[in-house]
Design a protein around this ligand. Structure first.
Ligand code: NAD
Length: 425
């Protein structure tokens, strides 16, 4: 098929998914506990927005171009990578599936998606929509299962490309197998991102975006802004505003539209988060709010928690907790803020809040992460997403995300020959 033909089918898929947004959002909330408002926006709307970006890109992308070479004309051709495997974690199942499915379909590759066993149900609804949209049989397969299945798929000789999202520990294993077999691989891994409040910040304006970025998906987000850096000159005032905002977050039934903090995915995750809270206390951070389990009968809840007086070398500031736990860290000046933000094994995301966008952009340029927002919290589908350092290898979204599912071929031609270019077929 041409890119245009693929784009039309993908557009039908997007329309079908949009028409099922209520069912998709409630399915995801029911299976993994994301607050319903986030499921609508971050799980379903964001997923179709990503798909729509690739619908557009598939129809416009130059799959072949003619180069006027040194020795004669050459066609530079982008071909589908082949059979791809997309491995998806439980925290944002539909959105992360789309980061892989969108570019795979746009490229003309086939893909086997592996949702995680904790959150497979939205992928069955996705499968129905894929069939109804007219995606040819065999182009997309969906195979939910655990890490043994994932490892089997990664090592299978029939697979050409692996697109993995998950923990850094698992990512390392996937990369080792792909390295051995010289498979193409993209890794989207963990994070420990910093939100920097500059000394001119209007905290009332910043708070809604700051809290959204910090506590997204009950804190179970790779891009969560879990270190909040405050200037020493305004530390008391800003810290109080953060603590009050967290105290005010409604905790409870994720199916209620005004709930901001729902339960964690599993008992083991709650234990992990509570262990980190103990580590924060024992290393000398001050527990300003939260720290325990709320009085709610069912669900693996942890109270939204803020530690203040955190030193960036503490465990709670260095390791990914994956729960509603924030560390407020004081800095002396802008250079110190950048140094603290950069003192991390990870480099996935980051934000800065300032009355001056110029100052914010200047800070953004200095922080070693793959994705950054000035005065907000965004993931832009047209711009590449991915991590520096231990947060991953390669990029999703944007034309870079499509390129990750393409191989490049150069065809040199006799001088004077003028080929008819094909777009994606
Ligand atoms: P996980 O690494 O345990 O599992 C992720 C997926 O990989 C699951 O589908 C799992 O079955 C599979 N898997 C595990 N080991 C495997 C192996 N050896 N070979 C092949 N597949 C394997 O992670 P999780 O607990 O499901 O998700 C949370 C982690 O995901 C966090 O670290 C988080 O930061 C990360 N994450 C990253 C991004 C990103 O885009 N950078 C997005 C969301 C989540």
């Amino acid at each position: 098929m041409s890119g245009q033909e693929r784009s039309e089918i993908m557009g039908k898929l997007s329309t079908l998914l949009q028409s099922r947004q209520d069912e998709l959002a409630s399915t995801i909330t029911n299976e993994m506990g994301a607050p319903l408002a986030f499921s609508y926006m971050g799980q379903v709307f964001a997923a179709t927005m990503v798909l729509d970006y690739f619908v557009d890109l598939a129809s416009k992308f130059q799959f072949e171009e003619l180069r006027d070479g040194v020795m004669g004309p050459a066609v530079v051709r982008k071909e589908p990578v082949g059979v791809a495997v997309g491995i998806v974690p439980w925290n944002v199942p539909l959105y992360i599936s789309m980061l892989k499915l969108g570019p795979a379909l746009a490229s003309g590759s086939s893909i086997i998606l592996k949702p995680s066993p904790e959150a497979p149900h939205s992928s069955f609804l996705l499968a129905d929509a894929i069939a109804e949209a007219g995606v040819p049989e065999g182009v997309v397969s969906i195979l939910p299962g655990g890490r043994e299945l994932g490892a089997y798929m990664v090592s299978h000789p029939g697979v050409d490309k692996v697109s993995f999202t998950g923990s850094t520990a698992a990512g390392r294993k996937v990369a080792a197998v792909c390295g051995e077999q010289l498979k193409r691989v993209t890794l989207e891994l963990g994070g420990k991102s910093a939100a920097i409040l500059l000394d001119d910040v209007n905290i009332d304006e910043a708070l809604p975006n700051l809290m959204m970025g910090a506590m997204l998906n009950n804190g179970q987000a790779c891009v969560a802004q879990t270190r909040i850096l405050v200037p020493a000159s305004r530390s008391a005032e800003l810290t109080e505003a953060i603590v009050e905002a967290v105290k005010a977050m409604p905790v409870g039934d994720p199916a209620e539209m005004d709930t901001q903090i729902g339960p964690l995915i599993a008992d083991r995750q709650r234990t992990r988060v509570l262990d980190y809270i103990e580590a924060g206390k024992s290393q000398g951070a001050t527990l300003a709010t939260g720290g325990g389990r709320p009085d709610i009968d069912s669900g693996y809840f942890v109270e939204p928690t803020v530690f203040t007086g955190v030193d960036n070398t503490m465990k709670i500031a260095q390791e990914e907790i994956f729960g509603p736990v924030l560390s407020v860290i004081e800095y002396s000046d802008e250079n110190d803020a950048v140094a603290i933000a950069n003192n991390s094994d990870y480099g996935l995301s980051g934000t800065v809040f300032s009355a001056s966008v110029d100052r914010g952009l200047d800070v953004a340029r200095q922080v070693r992460t793959g994705t950054y927002t000035v005065n907000g919290f965004m993931l832009e589908p047209a711009a590449p997403f991915g991590g520096f350092k231990q947060s991953g290898i390669g990029r999703e979204l944007g034309p870079e995300g499509l390129n990750a599912f393409l191989e490049t071929k150069s065809i040199s031609l006799p001088g004077g020959y003028e080929p008819t270019l094909r777009q994606g077929g």
